[in-house]
Design a protein around this ligand. Structure first.
Ligand code: ARG
Ligand code: ZN
Length: 865
């Protein structure tokens, strides 16, 4: 053996095809928690039953646990009767059924990973998905083991007056020593990733909901006393979600209580634990003073998402983690449609497509690309991705489109009826759609298997003699890691052919593109029509067409499908910008005319207008290029923005002044007005008008809501005016005591198009209010910064170094959140050789750290490939 330190062993690869039914089942479990932040004792009593005829040992997963006692059927085992293997407790059992009891001790207050039982702001709470339960007690931690669970908690009554767990409260009482206890019982068998408990000094926004069968459900949103006034929107969203799921899917809530708890330190958005959802407080708390309209929508959408999981996730759960999109893709689809019903369908669809393009398309074209149903992983936490969630939702949406509403509902009814109480697979879902919806989805299944965003080339031709129109569609799916070759997919494309004279079409058609190349003919066109394709974004693909700028301008004014109209406008802008980035003198006149036309069309919803007139993001422009040139993209986009601002300056002034509201409202109309007003302010300032910063500062100072205040601050943060410094100081002084709002102060500066953003981010990383222990704060600074293409890809490589430093420092504390900062560094193949080398060097530096987590190791290794 040589004397060098061994290279860290490669983390084991878990493969989908290795799935095997569990050896032992756990129909019942009783948990006893003696809660204390410094030392918590957990006693677990598991009834275990042998699953099938075999003589394999019982294996109970554990992560960082030491058994203080192990009993089988009441008898204390000697040390020689059990052993630990990779953290798991291994016991030999003789019969088909036994009772196994273990005792462990935990230190929640030093749990910085925020997985398992941890302390946050004086509370004790849990996070188990995906594999956190094994940090609480020894248990077969896999989603296909469903157990009925009873929880008994004991804690100091003064510090932890409220004790919550899954299911229904059964009993509670006081002990002599100032402690008290509570017992909860969850009658629904569930996987252990849905386990939760909370202990703390919490106040409750209490309400109730009567279900469609007339059952009265007690609703509680639990927060720190001071935050109670900020819970009204979440409560309304919860009641609206409950009613919506009954109306749209026929799904009723099934327990007598439904509780939500907000915590300050949380690794992601929220968690659907049965009957006890635990949320990142940013998705619960909202008031006009501190929350933007986007924040309000986030609260509504995430409350709905977690509630909907009660059926799509809890009643029907996942067999293994490769099936994650079974619950996440479907539930995102459900929450998207709920939010659309609560507001504007057109605007919601545009927003969701933007999220997909900004977050999922880059993933699908990079080194971390994976199918919606992955084939392998090292660390499952790394697979809570835009592909699983957002592309997964698009797959459900395509099936819903192909089936139509009635047959889709028949399919989901069959799915819930057939799999209620089971741990199911994506294949089970597709089969229910096929049988309930009477459709053949054989080829469609490829969407679950093949990674990469399909490209569709659409060429329209017209023969004036035969009056025939021919649409030629070609598809290709790019190679992705482990999948060099792809088969043609089944791609549903909604199309319409517009008559340029009348500005109308003869109806929208759904074309199924199933071959590599396919032709569709349309008879009887006297003149060449204009193609509107992928209407409503019917498929998550990239479409290339031979449409002229004139065709796009026509569609941007006439298309009756709001998404296609928005898309035409975006394409018009992309063409000009990509042309200019490539050194051509592309004419911006068509863009300015289209914006003028859109702004002055009185029939349009202001929220839609605000979306339509917005320039494509720098990252999206980068995706359109063979090699991303961040500086050229930034310069071209800024220049176009300035021209649009200057050419239409009087209009921007009118819109901005005209949409000033008289008092705050949260109606869709009021939100739309604020959105357009902020867009107008943005262009007005971009125009370079001398009074731009003063107008922005005035909006910043006089706004009665965070939507307008933050937009003004963001606009000022991009420039170098004296107003920038003043506004940032005022904002800081006003909100430094409110963590969620202070996050906006960090985020605004990290997002800013300012020449010194890289240096500012470095300074902010040393700010007294910056901390690595709060994931929201980390994301507000480094997450936002790595999404700021121009600043992050600063030629010096300093941006890469800052993010890598953060990953290295955070990895020892919270590997999950650290790993989520890696992907932007893995985009190096898309950049010039100098930047690519700098990015690779940072990835190597990360990988050279001793004791690096499995989470970061997986992401950084794959990113170097
Ligand atoms: N199931 C949760 C949700 O989507 C998210 C859990 C995320 N877990 C993780 N390890 N990243 O609502
Ligand atoms: Zn979810």
């Amino acid at each position: 053996m040589d004397m060098h330190a061994p290279a860290a062993a490669a983390p084991a690869i878990i493969r989908r095809t290795d799935y095997r039914a569990p050896d032992w089942l756990v129909p019942d479990v009783a948990l006893h928690f003696d809660l204390d932040p410094a030392l918590t004792k957990v006693r677990a009593r598991l009834s275990v039953t042998r699953n099938g005829d075999h003589d394999r040992l019982l294996r109970l997963d554990g992560d960082g646990l030491v058994p203080l006692e192990v009993k089988v059927d009441g008898r204390l085992l000697a040390q020689s009767e059990w052993h630990l293997e990779a953290g798991a407790l291994i016991i030999a059992l003789a019969d088909v059924a036994h009772e196994v009891e273990t005792l462990v001790e935990l230190a929640p207050k030093s749990n910085s990973k925020l997985m398992g039982l941890y302390a946050s702001g004086g509370l004790l709470c849990t996070q188990c998905e995906a594999e956190g339960f094994r940090r609480i007690t020894f248990f077969p931690d896999r989603p296909d083991i469903l157990s009925r669970c009873r929880v008994h908690m004991v804690a100091d009554k003064a510090r932890f007056p409220i004790l919550l767990a899954n299911g229904d409260p059964i009993e509670q009482g006081d002990e002599a020593d100032g402690r008290h206890w509570a017992t909860w019982n969850d009658p629904y068998p569930k996987p252990c990733y849905l386990f939760a408990l909370v202990a703390g000094d919490l106040a409750c926004n209490a309400d109730h909901f009567v279900t469609m069968s007339g059952r009265d459900v007690q609703l509680g949103i639990w927060v720190k006393e001071a935050d109670l006034p900020r819970t009204a929107h979440a409560m309304q969203a919860l009641k609206d979600s409950m009613a919506w799921d009954e109306r749209v899917y026929g799904r009723e809530y099934d327990l007598d209580v439904f509780n939500i708890v907000a915590v300050a330190d949380f690794n992601f958005g929220a968690m659907e634990n049965k009957g006890l959802n635990i949320f990142n407080s940013r998705y619960i708390l909202a008031d006009p003073e501190t929350a933007t309209d986007i924040d309000y929508d986030g609260v509504e959408g995430v409350v709905a998402h977690e509630y909907f999981h009660n059926w799509s996730g809890n009643r029907v759960t996942c067999r293994d983690w490769f099936q994650l999109s079974l619950k996440e893709g479907f539930t995102v689809f459900r929450d998207q449609n709920f939010s659309a019903d609560m507001g504007s369908h057109a605007v919601k669809r545009i927003e969701d497509v933007r999220i997909l393009r900004d977050g999922q398309f880059p993933e699908d074209s990079g080194p971390l690309a994976h199918p919606v149903r992955p084939e392998s992983y090292m660390e499952i936490s790394n697979f809570y991705t835009a592909t699983i969630y957002n592309k997964g939702a698009e797959l459900i949406r395509m099936m819903a489109l192909m089936l139509g509403p009635e047959r889709f509902r028949a399919g989901t009814d069959l799915y819930f009826a057939r799999h209620d109480g089971q741990a199911a697979t994506c294949e089970d879902f597709v089969r229910a759609m096929e049988e309930g919806g009477e459709i053949d989805l054989s080829q469609f299944r490829l969407w679950y298997e093949q990674a990469g965003t399909p490209r569709v080339r659409a060429l329209l031709s017209h023969d004036p003699v035969t009056r025939q129109v021919e649409l030629t569609l070609e598809q290709s799916v790019p190679p992705t890691p482990g999948q060099p070759e792809k088969q043609p997919m089944a791609i549903p494309l909604r199309v319409a052919l517009f008559d340029p004279e009348s500005g109308t079409h003869h109806g929208d058609e759904l074309l199924m593109l199933t071959q590599a190349e396919q032709r569709f003919s349309f008879p009887d066109f006297a003149t060449a029509p204009i193609l509107s394709i992928n209407r409503g974004f019917s498929a998550p693909v990239i479409v290339d067409t031979n449409r002229s700028q004139g065709d796009l301008a026509f569609l941007s004014a006439h298309d009756d499908d709001p998404f296609a109209r928005y898309e035409a406008m975006q394409q018009l802008m992309v063409n000009v910008l990509v042309g200019r980035i490539g050194g051509q003198t592309a004419d911006e006149g068509a863009v300015i005319d289209a914006i003028r036309q859109t702004l002055t069309d009185p029939t349009l919803d202001p929220a839609f207008v605000a979306e339509a007139i917005r320039l494509p993001s720098e990252a999206y422009l980068g995706d359109q290029m063979r090699q991303v040139d961040p500086d050229a993209i930034h310069a071209a986009r800024e220049a176009l923005q300035r021209s649009i601002g200057a050419e239409l300056e009087p209009l921007w002034r009118d819109v901005h002044a005209g949409l000033k509201a008289n008092g705050f409202a949260l109606s869709p109309a009021a939100k739309g007005a604020r959105k357009l007003r902020n867009a107008a302010l943005h262009y007005l300032v971009a125009s370079g008008a001398a009074d731009g910063p003063a107008i922005a500062f005035d909006q910043f100072s006089s706004a009665d809501n965070m939507t307008e205040r933050q937009a003004a601050l963001g606009t000022l943060a991009n420039g170098v005016s004296p107003e920038r410094v003043a506004a940032l100081d005022i904002f800081y002084n006003r909100y430094s005591a409110d963590a969620l709002t202070l996050d906006k102060w960090f985020q605004t500066q990290a997002f800013a198009f300012h020449p010194d953003t890289v240096d500012l981010v470095e300074e902010l990383g040393r700010h007294k209010d910056f901390t690595l222990s709060n994931p929201n704060r980390v994301r507000a600074l480094y997450g936002a910064f790595s999404g700021n293409q121009w600043a992050f890809h600063h030629r010096s490589g300093k941006g890469y170094r800052l993010v890598a430093d953060c990953i290295i420092a955070l990895d020892g504390l919270n590997p999950q959140t650290a790993a989520r900062l890696v992907p932007p560094l893995g985009r190096w193949k898309r950049f010039d050789t100098e930047r690519a080398a700098l990015m690779q060097a940072e990835l190597r530096r990360i990988l050279a750290q001793p004791g690096l987590s499995k989470d970061v190791t997986e992401q950084a290794r794959k990113s170097l490939d």
